[in-house]
Ligand binder design. Sequence first.
Ligand code: ADP
Length: 423
Amino acid sequence: MTLALGCIADDYTGASDLANTLTRQGLRTVQTIGVPPDDLQLPEVDAVVVSLKSRSIAAPLAVEKSRAAEKWLRSRGASHVLFKICSTFDSTDAGNIGPVLDVLRADAGEPIVLVTPAFPETGRTVYMGNLFVGAVPLNESPLKDHPLNPMRDSNLVRVLARQSRGKVGLADLAMIAQGPEALRTHLAGLAAKGFAAAIADAVFERDLETIGAAALRHRVSVGASGLGLGLARALVHSGRITSQAASISEAAVGGPAACLAGSCSQATLAQIAKAEATMPVLQLDPEQIMAGPAEVARALDWAIGRLGDGPVLIASSATPDQVAAVQAKFGRHAAGYAIEQAMADLAEGLVAAGVRRLVAAGGETSGAVVDRLGIPGFLVGPEIAAGVPVLRAVSARHEMLLALKSGNFGGETFFSDALKLMR
Ligand code: ADP
């Protein structure tokens, strides 16, 4: 297998978003959890997105993990590697975008790297190097108060220069509008003047296509899912990919189905209420979860007795008042962690009882479930709701379909919508 595109994502949900974008453009895509083992068996695919949790860790560790991911991707034949960052350029003056860019560029022997977090479809545009979130510059958006990476400067040329060893230049919109050849010439000019990175403006999807086509001539690029879209379109356009993503994930898996909800978001609460009309629902008691393993055992007994009749849903989800009461008693962190681990115990028990189709609601909840099931990666299938694809486990102990949804995603009928597509 020779990968047409390798990607390193600096967090799990960003990785899923990118994998979903690539799949929608026709690339057969696998998302792996962490850097995969050297001997990971993969089906024939066009792209692999390695999911790391490296956005807010110490820069040297982020560099080490990203390098290991790059090495794995190159060993599978990836000639281009995209370092996927957040579309709001989440980082600090210490990194981690600049330090990772510096080593990937040096390792690839590239003089200059194109960088853009633009994704016009989601309101992220870049003009004259300034990142806009919807109608406002980054430094006026809610990101200015982000708990880990407060973004107080919207000029990305400056932001990147503060965290990178190399000189940072600009490819402005007027220049991008002249097309990929002009952009390549501009980059060569910048490189000759000693620039090591260029922030690329992009306001429309066609700008991403231009940037994608120019970036493919290089071995490394840095950007959000928008750049993934540009690269994917350039690959399809070049004839290196024959669009066939939709045809890879259709074989039915069958077997019992279950849903686990640990998200307490309004959307998930409404989805659980709606699911009560179509499947048995068990509400967990958080106090009992904190008390010991009996609550998980009770829930497993309840579920296993019903799996033969159709899907079941087990939820810890509660209203803000109830959540606040549990947190006040046990501590926010301890309660969250214990409930996530209970969900992971349930997932493990359900799979041992034969469940092969599993829906998980909640970002952290999904992470705990996937880590516990030891699934090394997923083939990305059709979209259930915006940003939530059907996932087919690869190289796992069992053939399985999963859907992992962060709290606010999906419409009211999400659980039945998911199960309809997970056959
Ligand atoms: P979301 O995607 O909506 O943020 P997450 O799964 O990421 O959902 O986060 C929800 C957090 O709330 C998890 O840590 C989960 O364990 C915790 N949690 C779930 N149910 C309860 C509850 N009843 N009381 C307190 N915390 C809860």
